[in-house]
Design a protein around this ligand. Structure first.
Ligand SMILES: Nc1ncnc2c1ncn2[C@@H]1O[C@H](COP(=O)(O)OP(=O)(O)OP(=O)(O)O)[C@@H](O)[C@H]1O
Ligand SMILES: [Mg+2]
Length: 403
């Protein structure tokens, strides 16, 4: 299938987004693998997976925010042939990326020091979930401008709503120009108001802990001095999303709730005139569950399981395992019937789930050639070999959505 290969060779940035827990990190890493293999490019995957699961899977000991190279010989081994490109993986380090941002925008050394040591800043930069979305975009912008990599694949943070990621730069700009911010910093900027607010501050300090409100006010006041730089920067960051060479890969599992979220995300991309490259439906049931021939056979087995069980035992009568069995023929007959019926029932159950999944997939507002299915693998995707398997599905698109 040309879809993913074309996307990887024609893009400089690929952003992998989608609902939580559907396999974004796995697909992003597998896309990196595929890209290095198919395009021969120098590829970077930026991951935000704090569990380091992927770093371990890729055999990386030190994972930095600048990028660590996956061993070319391990990559060749997992691919089963020489991989032409090179694969690097970087880990988003939100705290140090925020610090770098402050270093860049602070008007002077004193302001910079004050911000970096402000407790509110420390809290926001290390814990504020929304800030991860923004800083991931920031890191992407820096790496993109450095021209060190020919293709950057971004694994987006597990946002509650994938859409947050798209809006992070805009929200950041809005935040710094918000009325709330002005209100919070007003007393600190105005002596008269400072006097008026003093009793309030004293009471609030008692309740919230000493220094809390003055830290808040100081933080926002210091940030205000960087407002113009921040807004301009957030706008440039937002700009790379709109580049002709930036595409989105939306990942979802095939159940209705994540699919609805993915659908919503796809329409949000359209509204913002951003480019959907591919939709990857991950952990889908293999398409043979929807094969009409297989369903016909399973139905037949379900109807006539007694006949097939009898035939099976008759055919196997001479086999060692039956001859040596401690069970009587009557008991074996009953057990064979159970096994055949359960196999048929369970195949048909899987089939109906596969049909539901296909229905969910058919509702997606995208063309068939923009959909790639990756089946649920019975192995944990936790090493280069298993990632190579996912990469194989992405590259070949052999699990086509329609049969
Ligand atoms: N096709 C697959 N078959 C089997 N297991 C899979 C497949 N894809 C992903 N997994 C497993 O599913 C789990 C979740 O995957 P992953 O961490 O990539 O999801 P995610 O979307 O990045 O999650 P989060 O939103 O928390 O970042 C992992 O344990 C991974 O090994
Ligand atoms: Mg993830």
């Amino acid at each position: 299938m040309a879809g993913i290969a074309e996307l990887l060779s024609g893009s400089r940035i690929v952003i992998v987004a989608g609902p939580g827990g559907v396999g974004k990190t796995t697909v992003a890493a597998a896309l990196g693998f595929t890209a290095a293999d198919l395009t021969g490019k120098k590829v970077l995957v930026i991951t935000v997976d704090p569990a380091r699961r992927l770093a371990d899977a890729l055999g990386l000991i030190g994972l930095t925010s600048k990028g660590s190279q996956v061993s070319p010989s391990d990559l060749d081994k997992a691919a089963g042939h020489k991989v032409a490109g090179r694969l690097f993986v970087a880990m988003l380090d939100a705290k140090s990326s925020w610090d770098e941002l402050i270093n860049r925008h602070a008007p002077d050394v004193a302001t910079r020091q004050k911000i970096l040591s402000n407790p509110i800043y420390k809290n926001i930069s290390s814990r504020f979930v929304q800030s991860h979305d923004y800083i991931a975009m920031e890191t992407l912008y820096e790496l993109y401008r450095s021209n060190q990599y020919e293709l950057i694949i971004v694994d987006t943070p597990p946002s509650r709503h994938a859409i947050d990621f798209l809006d992070a730069p805009g929200k950041m700009a809005d935040f710094f120009s918000s009325k709330l911010l002005r209100w919070l910093t007003l007393p600190a900027r105005n002596r008269l108001l400072m006097g008026l607010f003093k009793p309030f501050y004293q009471v609030a300090d008692k309740i919230l802990g000493a220094q809390f409100l003055s830290d808040v006010a100081e933080f926002f006041l210091l940030f205000e001095s960087m407002y113009a730089g921040f807004v301009e920067r957030a706008q440039s960051v937002a700009g790379i999303l709109e580049n002709q060479s930036t595409s989105f890969v939306v990942v979802s599992s095939p159940e209705s709730v994540p699919m609805k979220e993915a659908e919503y995300f796809i329409s949000a991309l359209e509204t913002r005139h951003l480019r959907l490259g591919q939709m990857v439906v991950n952990r889908a049931l293999p398409s043979y569950f929807r094969d009409p021939g297989a369903v016909l056979l399973a139905n037949k087995l379900q109807d006539d399981y007694e006949i097939y069980a009898t035939e099976f035992l008759k055919k196997g009568a001479s086999l060692e395992f039956i001859k040596n069995s401690e069970f009587s023929q009557v008991r074996l007959g009953a057990l064979a019937e159970r096994v055949f019926l359960e196999v048929a029932d369970s195949f048909l159950n899987f089939s109906s789930v596969a049909v539901e999944e296909a229905y969910e997939i058919s509702k997606l507002p995208v063309d068939d050639d923009q959909i790639t299915l990756v089946p649920h693998l019975n192995i944990d995707v936790s090493n280069l070999n298993s990632l190579g398997k996912v990469a194989g599905y992405l590259a070949s698109g052999s699990e086509s959505p329609t049969m």
